[in-house]
Design a protein around this ligand. Structure first.
Ligand SMILES: C[S@@+](CC[C@H](N)C(=O)[O-])C[C@H]1O[C@@H](n2cnc3c(N)ncnc32)[C@H](O)[C@@H]1O
Length: 202
């Protein structure tokens, strides 16, 4: 899969555009300057760069070097900066209790590692920290607006509830949204939108 993303991000232009994910952009009230944010699977950086523009201290992690090069380019173009780390998240030594915000947008893992990766996201949050996630749900196979081609890579709200058990779910929506993100996410899409707070240690 890494090669797939490397190739996609080597194309001209921005695969998912340069504006943040629409759901993420509705969450500004939770985001304050100076917060430490981890953007997991940030690709070409549209979400990390937007958070940096809001004054957050951003670490964008992805295993595509081409994607992260564009993320740094986008940050410069928008007059801000993001820190980047090029690593496979399934092999990464995830920081613990280190971030105020973790963002994961369309970051899909196979069933054998999904729950472990979601626990790592939760544990990367400080107590009181917030996770903002959007992913395609199982119904996405009937739409043509992007996402993994394999049903096993798509998520359900029950899986997310189980993966993040112990956290406080602030918002969880299973919906069909009108996507308009670059050239690869256009049209109706079946998505899950989640915001939760890490209660750990309190
Ligand atoms: C659909 S793209 C979304 C990119 C970005 N979040 C956005 O919304 O524009 C999925 C991203 O996840 C990254 N990714 C998938 N699996 C990964 C892994 N195991 N480690 C690091 N990055 C991964 C890919 O390289 C790709 O950039």
């Amino acid at each position: 899969m890494k090669d797939f993303w490397e190739q996609r991000y080597s194309e001209k232009g921005w695969a998912y555009g340069t504006e943040p994910n629409q759901f993420l952009s509705t969450q500004t009230a939770r985001l304050k300057p100076g917060m430490k944010a981890l953007v997991a699977g940030d690709g070409e950086g549209r979400n990390g760069v937007w958070l940096a523009q809001l004054g957050l201290d951003v670490l964008s992690v992805d295993y595509s070097a081409a994607g992260l090069r564009k993320a740094r380019e986008l940050a410069i173009a928008k007059g801000t900066r993001v820190n980047t780390e090029c690593v496979d998240l399934t092999q990464w030594r995830w920081p613990v209790a280190a971030f105020d915000v973790v963002v994961a947008v369309y970051l899909h893992f196979s069933p054998d590692v999904r729950a472990t990766m979601h626990r790592a996201m939760l544990q990367a949050l400080k107590p009181g920290g917030v996770l903002i996630l959007e992913a395609f749900n199982k119904n996405q196979l009937q739409y043509k607006s992007g996402g993994p081609a394999a049903g096993a890579m798509l998520y359900s709200s029950d899986e997310l509830r189980a993966d993040f058990s112990g956290a406080k779910i602030e918002f969880l929506e299973d919906t069909v949204a009108q996507l308009n993100e670059g050239k690869y996410h256009v049209g109706p899409g079946a998505v899950l939108r989640l915001v939760l707070t890490n209660l750990g240690g309190r």
